[in-house]
Design a protein around this ligand. Sequence first.
Ligand SMILES: *Cc1c(COP(=O)(O)O)cnc(C)c1O
Length: 396
Amino acid sequence: MSTPPPLSVWAQNVSPSPTLEIDAKAKAMLAAGEDVCSFAAGEPDFDTPEFIKAAAIAALHAGKTKYAPTPGVEALRVAIAARYGAEYGYAVKPSQVVVSPGGKFSCFLGLQAVCNPGDEVLVPAPYWVSYPEMVKLCGGRPVFVAADDRTAFKLTPAMVEQAITPKTKAVIFNNPSNPTGAVYARAEVEALVAVFLKHNLYILSDEMYEHLIYDGGTPTCVAALSADAAAHTITASGFSKSYAMTGWRLGTLVARPDLAKAAGELQAQMASNATTFGQYGAIAALTEREQAGESLRAMKVAFDRRRKLMHAGLTAIPGMTCVLAGGAFYLFPNIARFGLPSVEFAARLLETEKVATVPGLAFGAEGYLRLSYAASDDTIARGLARLARFCASLRR
Ligand SMILES: *Cc1c(COP(=O)(O)O)cnc(C)c1O
């Protein structure tokens, strides 16, 4: 028997998702009965609202169990197009909408539609773990543009200008940000987008956390800024975070008509349509405005309370500093003063105190830690006490 040939370069070069890995480890420890305080989750700890579940269950009973049109059930595309008009004044036709199997896949489709082998794609760091891998899977080269806590993890136009070369084809912009929770104000977005457009770049705008912004801040839809922005932007979003629907695997992609059509055709060959009956739940999420608004408000109130609770706990720890980020459900404290690499810090914290966090290195940012406050008030209080004890032990 001969040795089978090696796997593809795609398979050999892909890195496992460190966030999913650590979350899985924490969940396994919990399942084994260990008293773990997990801040590793990348999803709301709330359940999907009942009215959304009911709509999907009704669709199942009504036999919505067959293939749907690849780019999505028509009524859902209509509802998604309408919401961009209502929320941002961004006029979108249903034909510009693709419903995908998850916001993550929307990002990948967008990159597949514009990125050629050898193209450079700007990836602001700290970055969401999947971006560099997705760029590589398109044959592109991720070019990191790093910001740290001195600018509250936000890029400035000058930082972007420095990274652009004749090979730069696109930029990934994630606002609000996972992992830092940073929210760019509209004027800051406008200044960055002016640079992107000056260099004729495609913008993959990941707006997954658009509805989770605190302190009275508002989201900025990049494509809604101008006709030029709309022509250059692929807007990725979805239902996972706003409606606590991570397990449903439903994302959205909006782009100019020819680009959306290409993305839909790519999806047709790679995945076909997103789960048909689930799309009926998503229609309810967008059309039952009152109930959807109520559940989102309740979730936001809880997240905002926990954000402040966690931030107060983190900044009370001697040696630790933390930006009070205004969006998503993450805080990204600076742990550099404790003198441990972030991977070792997180591993020892999990081992000795059973507190699960994600090391900054996973997001291209050594010296930081990501903590999700999509956890109960009690878990936050207990977990932070343990973290404080752990930090004190390091300082001795
Ligand atoms: C959660 C998340 C997504 C997409 O999530 P799906 O579960 O695939 O819908 C996309 N971008 C960021 C930054 C996220 O955190």
